[in-house]
Structures are given as structure tokens and as C-alpha cells.
Design a protein around this ligand. Structure first.
Ligand SMILES: [Zn+2]
Length: 413
């Protein structure tokens, strides 16, 4: 028999239901239930309502009740739509050099940069990588992140990229959070690949993606589109081919040079991520289509550069999700709530906009339709903070973490 369980009462329950995926949001648009309960059934949400009413029903039907401290604020589990948490080693030395004012080429020349992570990741076996990835994912789950996108991209050969995607899959067995894998073999042309950028991209399309598809290791493909990685034209051709093979698309766009967001709009990518240098033209392009812009404020904090124009994107009618971009080089923070709170204060985002960006709008950035909103039929991923008012979540700037995290209706913290 499928287990039914009532959880509550919550002082406030933010469902994030009935809100648009695009455009600005005001706090008074958020649906807030007082003294609420959530009835779960087989890992999904069966009903949301007044706790006392649901409890009466529950007692009649012999359904179990998980009573919690009534001074809590509940909301959907956080969703991180952009991470690179499958890596080995660390880049503390790069970070120190950046603090001393050294440039990226200086750092790369001294043996740092992405290549140092690629080498350490290649030297680790799949089990070690799975362990490291699961460890980071556990930390995120503990912070309330119940769904985590994870990119490959530190292998950069066929077998190494497969190893990384297998490690991500394996890590999923060690942590209750859902890990959503993305192939980012097109992170950068590896230093040891003999041939042009397009030859490398052709190799990915012809040799690697068919194997990934066949083995079911990822259904999303990403490319780093920038002057120093892959040019817009190269990214466009590559993504079109990946799309024809049945992959969903995402792109690292407009981080240092523009061009990527236009590619995202042309190929119908699910999301375009970074956008630090997006201008009016790029903002209009993103607002006109269905691409979800993903801001990565921890990368701006890591590099000391400006933030994506989140306010302008929303005002133009675009959506906005926020990802942690957790990676060893540019975004070592790895804390979605803190970086979202920071972006909110600099870009003047309302509570509603920032919380939407790490719940249902982040789900849209991953094309996941069963989460990010507490409503009947969705999976029962939600979190509770020991706070009296939901606005205290961002007021505390990410310092206060949820004290209970439910994944598929089961408390995992
Ligand atoms: Zn990234």
C-alpha cells in the first residue's frame, strides 16, 4: 500500500504556485498558507491545506502524521540549475593569485586554471569522483537544495567525459538529492587535442554524444560560448547537431563576450547561463523567446566582476533562475542561498523574484515539470526554516539554513 503521511503544521507555507515563469514578481503575489499542512503519498504531494482539517481526515483514515515545530516556514526545496561539482583537486592557489591581481593568463602559465583541474580529474577514478561529487551534493542537500544539475567538462576526452558522467550517475546513489547530468565536453578545446575547435566539436558530435545517448548518461548538452572558448558560429552548429540527436540544450553565454545568448535564442535552448555582459539587445532576445536566463552570482563574487542584469531581464519580461555555478576555479562558494541573496540585494530583486529563481523558475531552466512548486501531483520536495516570516530567509542573507529538508516526502535532514 502507498504510504500517506501528513506533515505540519507550518506557521507559513509558501507554495510558489500560480506564479508566471516570466517577468517581475511582487511579494504580495506569493501564495502563503498559514497553519498549513502537506499530505504526501508515495513521495508525492497529495494535498495542501489547513493542517487541522487535514489532521482530522488523517486520523479517520489512519494515516501517519509527522508533527513539527509550528514556528516554521516551509517552501519548495531549492533547485540549483547550474553546477560543476564533479571535479578533483582545488584551486586555492589560483584564487590567491587573483587576489594579488594576477590575470588569467598569468595563472594558467604558472600551472593553474582549468587545465590543472582537468589533470587532477583525469587522475581520479570514477569511484573517487563519485565520492567527491556526492560529498558536495550532500552539503547542498543539507542547505535545502533537493535537485542539483551537474556538468561534466573536466575530462575533455571521450573516455574521460564518459567516466565523469558515470561518476555523476554513481554519486546519485549516495545522496538523496536528484542529480541532473549535463554533458559539457565542449567546455574548452583541450590542450592535448590536435586539431581545430570545429574538429574537436565534430569529435564530440560524432563519437561522444552517440555513446552518451545510448548509455543514457545525460539528456542535456552544454557548450561554453566565449571568445576564449568556442565562437558563436561554432556553438550554433554544435548545438543544432546535438538538438537533432534529441538532446536538450543549454549554453554558457555572454560571460566575458556577447554572442551566446543569441545562439541560445536561435537554437531554442532551455536556458542561457551567465549573461554578465548581456546588453539591451541580448536582453530583448532572451525576453522574446522561451530561453530561461540563469544568473550565476557566485561566479561574479569569485572573480570580482559585475552581476548579470537580472533586474533588466525581468523588467523586459524574461524569466530568471539563479545557479551556484559551484566549481573549483571561478565559483568556489557553493552556496545557492547566499549567492541568490547577494544578487537580490545588488540587482534589487524582490523576495518573490529571488525565491522563484531558485525554485520553480530553476525547474523551468532544467525543463523539469514536477517540482519547484508545492502543489498536488508534484514530488514532495520541500524545506522548513525555523523562522516566523518567510521574508527572514533572505533577510538573513543565506546564513540561516533550513532545519528540515524533505526529499520525496522523507526527512533527510
Ligand atoms: Zn558554469
Amino acid at each position: 500500500m502507498i504510504e500517506r503521511k501528513l506533515i505540519g503544521p507550518f506557521k507559513q507555507l509558501l507554495t510558489m504556485n500560480n506564479l508566471p515563469v516570466n517577468g517581475p514578481l511582487n511579494d504580495n503575489e506569493i501564495e502563503v498558507f498559514e497553519k498549513a499542512g502537506i499530505l504526501t503519498e508515495g513521495g508525492c504531494i497529495a494535498e495542501v491545506g489547513l493542517f487541522d482539517t487535514l489532521a482530522e481526515e488523517a486520523k479517520k483514515n489512519n494515516c501517519s502524521i509527522e508533527e513539527i515545530n509550528s514556528c516554521t516556514v516551509a517552501m519548495p526545496g531549492f533547485i540549483d540549475p547550474h553546477t560543476h561539482i564533479c571535479w578533483a583537486g582545488n584551486r586555492a592557489n589560483d584564487y590567491s593569485m587573483r587576489l594579488e591581481g594576477k590575470t588569467y593568463p598569468d595563472i594558467a602559465k604558472s600551472g593553474g586554471g582549468i587545465i590543472s583541474t582537468v589533470e587532477k580529474t583525469r587522475n581520479a577514478n570514477a569511484d573517487e569522483l563519485a565520492f567527491l561529487t556526492a560529498d558536495r551534493a550532500k552539503r547542498m542537500l543539507n542547505d535545502g537544495v533537493t535537485t542539483i544539475e551537474v556538468k561534466s567538462g573536466y575530462g575533455l576526452t571521450g573516455s574521460e567525459e564518459i567516466k565523469i558522467l558515470q561518476a555523476i550517475k554513481k554519486a546519485g546513489n549516495f545522496v538523496q538529492a536528484d542529480l541532473i547530468p549535463t554533458c559539457l565536453a565542449a567546455h574548452i578545446k583541450p590542450y592535448d587535442f590536435e586539431g581545430s575547435n570545429s574538429a574537436y566539436l565534430n569529435f564530440i558530435v560524432n563519437d561522444l554524444l552517440p555513446e552518451i545517448y545510448e548509455k543514457g548518461l545525460a539528456n542535456r548538452v552544454d557548450i561554453y560560448c566565449d571568445e576564449m572558448a568556442f565562437k558563436p558560429k561554432e556553438a550554433l552548429d554544435f548545438l543544432m547537431k546535438a538538438k537533432d540527436m534529441g538532446f536538450e540544450l543549454t549554453i554558457h553565454a555572454d560571460q566575458f563576450t556577447i554572442g551566446g545568448s543569441e545562439v541560445a535564442a536561435k537554437v531554442g535552448a532551455v536556458s542561457a547561463d551567465h549573461l554578465e555582459v548581456s546588453g539591451i539587445r541580448e536582453i530583448k532576445l532572451l525576453a522574446a523567446g522561451s530561453v530561461v536566463p540563469v544568473a550565476l552570482p557566485a561566479s561574479s563574487v569569485g572573480l570580482g566582476t559585475k552581476f548579470a542584469p537580472a533586474r533588466k531581464l525581468l523588467n523586459a519580461g524574461a524569466s530568471l533562475a539563479i545557479g551556484s555555478d559551484w566549481n573549483p576555479g571561478t565559483a568556489p562558494m557553493g552556496d545557492l542561498l547566499i549567492c541568490a541573496a547577494i544578487l537580490g540585494v545588488f540587482e534589487k530583486l524582490t523576495n518573490a523574484e529571488t525565491l522563484a529563481a531558485i525554485t520553480f523558475r530553476a525547474a523551468a531552466a532544467l525543463d523539469l515539470k514536477d517540482r519547484g512548486i508545492i502543489k498536488k501531483g508534484n514530488i514532495a520536495d520541500f524545506i522548513a526554516f525555523e523562522l516566523n516570516d518567510y521574508r527572514e530567509i533572505l533577510y538573513n542573507q543565506g546564513k540561516i539554513k533550513p532545519n528540515i529538508v524533505w526529499k520525496n516526502g522523507i526527512p533527510v535532514k
